[in-house]
Design a binder for this molecule. Structure first.
Ligand code: BGC
Length: 590
């Protein structure tokens, strides 16, 4: 059995992120660079190739992608003269930026990774266009998948339900108990193995119904992710079985048959609330025999093989689940966003604005739960799973760099899910690795010292990126620790300039991710006329744990929609997606 983490107690899905106000370092780091501002994008100075600069692979790729992203023209162009940095003892903070080459590298990277206000507006415009296209037709970049969830919780639902969540890294199973009346108590008891960070205690959901939940989180072994689909689903069923064995010991009156909602964090073309077809694996999964199949049927078959009295009645995407779970608490919730390994958003749309839904109406069939769609249709609303990770796969407006193109080429889904590759936690550390490897290979970093780990794919973890961003010390001592002890940079070969460059690169990567997310949120909020009042429930480790992420999203939102950004409430909805699946099961049962 793999490592497991148990989370028992009263929990309700919303852990408000306490985001520190920390944005000063970027300015400090770059003040000397900015003393001589970088040439404007597209200017001769920015584009001029340096003398003796070798052509880079990415340049050709960028051109092939046909996009005029800042990074595509300049990222591979500027001078890579070797740095011979001053020993750091001779380079105290506050000294003028000592290396012209470092300044040039940074100016080039700033251009490549920057998402200025003008670009934000461009992204929003294009996003709205792609939303319309996706709502009208299948096979568009933005998939805009009707979820068949047409009613949100009122907070008065009752019963006992199961939710499971197949995510990029974890499988979660939870039991949600909705009891009539009262206000939920707030208490969470957590038992986790040493290596698994304990989730923050969630404040209670407040509503006429009282919600209690307990859950178990299991890391999905990578050999199962890439093995046979049937084994993967047997593993999920085994986790459910184990969970039920544990909770049934403490649940006096366990229902004879349990209703289960399945959160499946992959693009699924749904044809009913409990039916769909996996379009494409992502997030490291490639298990055979699942693409083109119905995950509900596969899970049900695996549960039946274990003779568990559990019926799968709902299939939801994790972004949909997050939205539904938070709506139980806050009826202004209009968007659910996932910012973790991958990224996605779901929102509430008017059915009459989903032209393609007409062709996907659920059959008035025998499906046990399709009837659940009936009351909802009268609401005139439906939650739509945007699959925004696939926004602008043609890279018309996305600021794609040569590094992104390398990641894309090496991915299991090349040329698709481009936004996800610029935003998702699964890719950010790899981006840092590629940029650093590039700077090292040209002698711009670490005095040209060899760093073998930088040539190995996946050798940097996202946690290191966060740690680098979190170091605000004058000498960036922890950045040095990370570089020397975890990345394998030879001891004493980093100068303060190197470390500033590394930190700035991390900031650029993290900031770009947050600003692109803000553009997506702004597009959905403006297109659905929710600028006056909109709660955005956000789940995922990137949003929760990455330093400054939330502030960066907020800053960019303000740049896009001005003071109306104050009406857009961004809230952290911890573990919302698995609770959401159970709540959708509850909606079906009501
Ligand atoms: C999947 C989405 C999912 C997102 C976040 C993406 O890779 O395509 O369906 O919601 O990851 O988990």
């Amino acid at each position: 059995m793999p490592r497991t983490a148990f989370v028992f107690g009263f929990t309700a899905g919303v852990a408000l992120a306490a985001t520190a106000l920390l944005a000063l370092s970027a300015l400090a780091v770059l003040r000397d660079v900015h003393a001589g501002p970088p040439p404007p994008r597209g200017s001769a100075a920015a584009a001029a190739p340096p003398v003796g600069r070798r052509p880079r692979r990415g340049q050709r790729d960028s051109a092939a992608a046909g996009q005029a992203a800042p990074g595509s023209s300049s990222a591979g162009d500027s001078a890579r003269t070797s740095t011979t940095d001053t020993p750091e003892t001779a380079d105290p903070m506050g000294a003028p930026w000592p290396r012209e080459a470092a300044a040039r590298s940074l100016a080039r990277l700033e251009q490549a990774f920057g998402v200025p206000q003008r670009k934000l507006h461009e992204l929003v415009k294009h996003f709205v266009k792609e939303m319309d296209q996706g709502l009208a037709r299948d096979d568009q970049d933005l998939k805009m998948i009707p979820s068949f969830v047409t009613v949100l919780p009122r907070g008065t639902e009752t019963g006992v339900f199961l939710g499971v969540d197949v995510g990029g890294s974890y499988f979660r199973v939870c039991e949600v108990v909705l009891e009539p009346g009262g206000v939920a108590a707030s208490a969470t008891t957590t038992t986790t193995p040493a290596a698994t960070p304990a989730p923050a205690p969630a404040p209670a959901l407040v509503g006429p119904s009282r919600m209690r939940s307990r859950q178990k989180r299991v890391q999905v072994p990578s050999e199962l992710k890439t093995g046979r689909g049937v084994d993967l689903f047997d593993f999920f069923a085994a986790c459910v079985q184990e969970f039920l064995a544990e909770i049934d010991a403490t649940t006096p009156a366990a229902p004879a048959e349990r209703l289960l909602g399945l959160t499946f964090s992959f693009p699924v073309a749904q044809t009913a609330i409990d039916k769909g077809t996996l379009m494409q694996w992502c997030n490291g999964y490639t298990a055979s025999g699942v693409e083109g199949s119905d995950p509900v049927q596969m899970l049900q078959a695996a549960l039946d093989r274990k003779r568990l009295r559990v019926r799968v009645v709902a299939l939801v995407n994790d972004a949909v689940g997050t939205l539904v779970a938070h709506a139980f608490k806050d009826t202004s919730t209009h968007l659910g966003v996932i910012l973790g390994t991958g990224t996605n958003a779901a929102y509430v749309e008017r059915i009459d604005r989903i032209p393609k839904y007409a062709g996907h109406l659920p059959p008035s069939s025998s499906s046990s739960s399709s009837a659940a769609a009936a009351p909802s249709q009268s609401s005139g609303l439906m939650v739509v799973n945007t699959e925004w990770g696939a926004f602008d796969d043609a890279c018309i407006v996305l600021p794609v760099t040569q590094y992104d193109l390398t990641i894309d080429r090496q991915s299991s889904n090349p040329r698709t899910y481009m936004l996800e590759k610029l935003v998702g936690g699964m890719y950010l550390a790899e981006l840092l690795r590629l940029v650093l490897a590039d700077l090292v290979s040209t002698g711009e970093l670490f005095g040209g010292a060899q760093v073998p780990a930088l040539s190995t794919r996946g050798s940097i973890e996202t946690a290191l990126l966060s740690r680098i961003e979190r170091d605000h010390s004058a000498d960036l001592a922890d950045v040095r620790n990370v570089l020397e002890n975890l990345v394998g940079v030879p001891r004493a070969s980093t100068t303060i300039v190197d470390r500033r460059v590394v930190k700035r690169v991390a900031e650029l990567i993290g900031t770009r991710s947050a600003r692109l997310v803000a553009a997506g949120i702004a597009a959905i909020v403006t297109r659905t006329h929710r600028l006056n009042d909109c709660t955005v429930a956000i789940d995922g480790s990137l949003y929760e744990n990455y330093p400054h992420y939330a502030n960066r999203v907020r800053d960019a939102l303000r740049e896009i929609v001005g003071v109306a950004a104050d009406n857009i409430l961004l809230v952290s909805a911890h573990d919302g997606s698995s609770l959401g699946a159970a709540l959708v099961a509850a909606l079906i049962a009501q």
